[in-house]
Design a protein around this ligand. Structure first.
Ligand code: FES
Ligand SMILES: [Fe+2]
Length: 386
């Protein structure tokens, strides 16, 4: 983000803090989100079909693929994916299914492999997806003479600003990735996250609809209550600046010390130093940017009431290599884990609340407008002519 934009946002935040208010521009009323949005199985099917298969999804960070053969597996709806770095350094995505009789190929969540041998009859594929070996291939004369036709099904896959994007339906996205990501893509590029180190990776299944983790993150109205002992002492509660760029969202959540900038020359203002900037790379990724750190969540739907959260932290290489600062960043990552647990408690509880029948709709306040944006983008994608 250029410095002029940082200054503009900081000025707005300082004004909000002074006037004891926050960003509600453009949102004059509450937004009512029907509970069926989270619980209706046919709605869920439509989301998978119209959004998850047809949108470029961020599925990982380049730091997860340090060498040729580094790979990761995951599932988008019914499509199992294998994402792997090749000898030519390119990261590719394939449908993780053997071309012989359809067994799932790589079974581990991540690892490194020179080649991928199917567990059933050992048809073996290279890191580039090409079929390399068929045991006793005299039984498959046509396959043996046309191995090129039996490589793994390759999917559209690109890197952008350190993140790996895949589209699961086998097509290229309608728009070039940079255009699609808009200003969020530019911000991520400016942050230089591509050279960060990936740490603390985990995958956790949760019995909640995939949209709830986003609802939980997209406001700081809850900071004072849910995170009273963890981040409330450091961050302002319910003072924020929200923007959206197409369906992607940026929330700037200021630290208390931002108020000290009133006495410091504008040329020295730095937004990253004074806030957490939370990006939603719609529809499946949240990136919380802190000074020299980031926390990343990729969310995947497993069913109307189930999702899996892939989490990892990113750390600036300089910080990671600094002996002196090790204790500080380890402590800071511990706080991230604690906050993560506090938020998870809330979304697990909300899912139970949704299923109780107590509410026909959830109510988002004016300063919860980023949650409304997130849901409106889903609504638009479901109603758009494809
Ligand atoms: S199904 Fe993979 S080798 Fe037979
Ligand atoms: Fe939270």
């Amino acid at each position: 983000m250029d410095h002029a934009s940082q200054v503009r946002i900081i000025e707005e935040l300082l004004a909000f803090e002074e006037q004891r208010t926050t960003d509600m521009a453009g949102q004059d009323h509450e937004y009512h989100n029907p509970v069926s949005v989270y619980t209706d199985p046919s709605r869920f099917e439509a989301e998978v079909d119209r959004i998850w298969y047809r949108t470029p999804l961020a599925v990982g960070h380049v730091g997860e693929f340090p060498r040729a053969g580094s790979f990761k597996t995951l599932s988008v709806g019914k499509v199992p994916l294998l994402v792997v770095r090749g000898k030519d350094d390119r990261i590719r995505a394939f449908v993780n299914v053997c071309r012989h009789r359809g067994t799932l190929l790589a079974e581990e969540p991540e690892g490194r492999a020179n080649a991928f041998a199917c567990p059933y009859h050992a048809w073996t594929y290279g890191q580039d997806g090409a079929l390399r070996h068929v045991p006793d291939d005299f039984g498959f004369p046509a396959v043996a003479s046309a191995k090129d036709d039996y490589g793994l099904r390759e999917l559209w896959c690109r890197e952008h600003a350190g993140f790996v994007y895949v589209q699961a339906d086998g097509n290229a996205p309608r728009r070039p990735l940079g255009d699609w990501l808009a200003e969020v893509g530019t911000d991520l590029r400016d942050l230089g996250l591509d050279d960060f180190v990936c740490l603390d990776a985990s995958r956790a299944p949760h019995p909640v609809n995939w949209k709830l983790p986003f609802d939980i993150f997209l406001e700081n109205y809850h900071t004072k209550f849910t995170h009273r002992k963890t981040i409330y002492p450091v961050f302002l509660s319910n003072v924020a600046k929200f923007d959206h760029f197409g369906p992607h969202i940026r929330c700037v959540l200021p630290r208390r010390e931002i108020t000290e900038l009133r006495h410091i020359d504008r040329s020295k203002w730095d937004l990253v130093e004074q806030s957490t900037i939370l990006y939603v790379v719609w529809p499946n990724t949240m990136i919380a940017v802190l000074p020299e750190h980031a926390a990343v969540w990729h969310v995947y739907p497993d069913g109307v009431g189930h999702c899996t959260l892939h989490f990892y932290a990113l750390l600036a290489r300089r910080l990671h290599e600094s002996e002196a600062e090790q204790e500080t960043w380890k402590k800071s990552l511990k706080v991230v884990q604690k906050v993560k647990r506090e938020d998870a408690e809330r979304f697990l509880s909300i899912q139970r609340g949704l299923e109780s029948g107590a509410n026909a709709a959830l109510t988002f306040g004016r300063y919860e407008k980023a949650i409304s944006w997130f849901h409106q983008s889903i609504e638009e994608a479901l109603t758009r002519d494809h």
